[in-house]
Design a protein. Structure first.
Length: 94
């Protein structure tokens, strides 16, 4: 049995948002979505299941192509504040 820490669980729980977004899209469109993001559907699946971490450019592409449904904060839960400090400032203001 593999136990994961709370922060790892929170990260995977956030990925559920991304997974739900992708699973609603028809299979053929998932590959097109990945291509528009500059990656493959296989890589996106690895991201969803915690096997890979998306780079900064990929996070922005996913956010853009999902029309903001999948946030950069969900995709990079541990370091998004360091990469996009303007998002942390916006969160403080709101």
């Amino acid at each position: 049995m593999v136990l994961i820490g709370f922060t790892e669980w929170c990260s995977l729980a956030g990925m559920d948002e991304f997974k739900k977004f992708l699973m609603v899209i028809p299979v053929a469109e998932r590959h097109a979505f990945a291509a528009r993001c500059g990656t493959t559907y296989a890589f996106l699946r690895n991201v969803i299941y915690g096997q890979r971490t998306p780079g900064e450019k990929l996070c922005v592409a996913i956010w853009r192509e999902s029309n903001g449904v999948v946030t950069r904060q969900v995709l990079r839960p541990y370091d998004w504040q360091e990469i996009w400090p303007e998002l942390a400032q916006q969160k403080e203001i709101a």
